[in-house]
Design a protein around this ligand. Structure first.
Ligand SMILES: Cc1cc2nc3c(=O)[nH]c(=O)nc-3n(C[C@H](O)[C@H](O)[C@H](O)COP(=O)(O)OP(=O)(O)OC[C@H]3O[C@@H](n4cnc5c(N)ncnc54)[C@H](O)[C@@H]3O)c2cc1C
Length: 397
């Protein structure tokens, strides 16, 4: 059977224009800012430039001002945007806004779309997704959720403690996961709430100092303390939060892979440029066998990552849950992308760990990806359980 993995011509055109925009407009800013955008001025200037280049919000439906790409289309464009750490921010496809946009499109009411989705899609506000809690609360095991929402006379009161909430500082709103029935350790009974950024009951405790720094707005510890919201704050239905989280998680896993694959390619390009010009032991660095092996292994990891992303995206585009294929792709990509950047550092020697090239920044940025969106161990555990279930079902026939 013939397999054609090339994107449609209109998607290929957006990808090409994105690559040009990243090279000509974003990379100079990335180099000047050492890979980390720390001001609203940088964010809004880059987003305005992306709008003018016609590559802004490629994932958003056309009625909300985007380009309406499906998951396979996103794979082509997000990888190009990810070639710079600031590319996703410029196109408004950075985490967590991109995943939240997707979920609001899928679940929000028309009123919620007008109030939250439209400004988010336009880059007028940012958002965050507040799920994870300090121990003993929700982390790898969501059923440990302790943040609780209690009914009041005219709405809900949320109380709880969250941490590692990316982008919370300055966010226009949070999507907060809170328990509405059952006890920690029980799976059911979670609900998603839209909480406005200026709600006095949602308080920032601190910015958490982390290995990575490039995700805009940082990683924040939050307390929900007598946080009062109305009935209209419920996203989807009461007690259906975990089910809705899957709507966000499958595609969000893949879009993280796409963006970080762009950085892996960039790291490889930096390493190859160095290997082509640096001379030692009478030859070019890239002609030494062990360096050739690292260059080749990088190509293999990049190509395999892209293939697994496309397979999972194809399944998502068909309307499938893609639980297994996204878990396989996420686990492989998170580890392969890390290997690529790590080898690129090795090829560049001391230069690779210096601040003179952005490789050391990339290494710090990709390491946490093996933990968030499901750690490698959580995914392997889930993948193996599905395989055993499949075996048991076949054996019972
Ligand atoms: C940079 C970054 C950004 C983040 N952004 C957000 C955000 O915006 N919103 C949000 O809600 N959360 C966010 N998180 C939190 C993230 O989702 C959690 O860190 C993740 O779910 C793991 O939870 P945990 O840290 O509590 O680790 P734990 O649940 O304590 O797990 C610790 C380790 O246990 C191992 N493990 C897990 N499951 C298994 C298993 N089944 N078998 C064997 N070993 C296992 C893994 O090695 C795992 O790393 C972010 C995290 C990071 C690092």
């Amino acid at each position: 059977m013939a397999v054609d993995l090339a994107p449609d011509p209109d998607v290929a055109d957006v990808a090409r224009r994105t690559a040009t925009f990243i090279r000509e407009t974003v990379i100079p800013v990335e180099e000047e800012q050492h890979g980390v955008a720390r001001s609203e001025e940088v964010r809004t200037t880059l987003q305005q430039a992306a709008k003018e280049a016609g590559v802004f919000a490629p994932h958003v439906a056309r009625e909300y001002g985007g380009l309406g790409l499906d998951m396979r289309g996103r794979a082509a464009v997000f990888e190009e945007a990810g070639y710079s750490l600031l590319g996703p921010l410029a196109l408004n496809i950075a985490a967590p806004d991109e995943g939240n946009t997707h979920m609001l499109e899928a679940i929000a009411t028309d009123e919620q779309k007008a109030r939250y989705l439209r400004p988010l899609a336009a880059g007028e506000v940012r958002s965050c997704f507040a799920m994870t809690e300090p121990a003993p609360g929700a982390g790898s095991d969501p059923s440990a959720l302790t943040t609780r929402a209690t009914r009041t006379a005219d709405g809900w009161r949320i109380d709880g403690h969250k941490w590692f909430i990316t982008g919370a500082d300055g966010a226009g709103f949070a999507i907060c996961m809170a328990r509405t029935s059952g006890q920690p350790g029980e799976a059911g009974g979670a609900t998603m709430f839209l909480v406005d950024g200026d709600n006095p009951g949602m308080k920032t405790v601190r910015h958490i100092d982390t290995l990575d720094e490039s995700l805009y707005g940082g990683h924040v510890e939050l307390v929900f303390d007598d946080c009062v919201v109305g009935e209209e704050a419920i996203l989807g239905e009461v007690d259906e939060g975990f089910r809705y989280a899957q709507v966000r998680l499958g595609p969000a896993r893949m879009t993280h892979c796409m963006r970080w694959l762009g950085i892996a390619r960039r790291a490889q390009d930096i390493a190859v440029a160095r290997a082509a010009e640096r001379r030692l032991f009478g030859s070019r660095l890239g002609e030494l066998g062990m360096v050739q092996q690292m260059i080749a292994d990088n190509e293999i990891d990049i190509a395999a990552s892209r293939g697994l992303i496309l397979r999972a995206c194809w399944e998502l585009d068909q309307g499938g849950s893609a639980a297994q294929s996204t878990a396989v792709a996420k686990t492989f990509c998170a580890e392969a992308i890390w290997r690529v950047v790590d080898r690129a550092v090795q090829i560049c020697g001391a230069l690779g760990v210096s601040g003179d090239v952005l490789l050391s920044r990339y290494l710090r940025e990709v390491r946490p990806f093996r933990i968030y969106d499901g750690s490698s161990e959580t995914h392997r555990w889930a993948i193996a359980r599905r395989v055993l279930r499949r075996h048991d079902a076949e054996a019972a026939r």
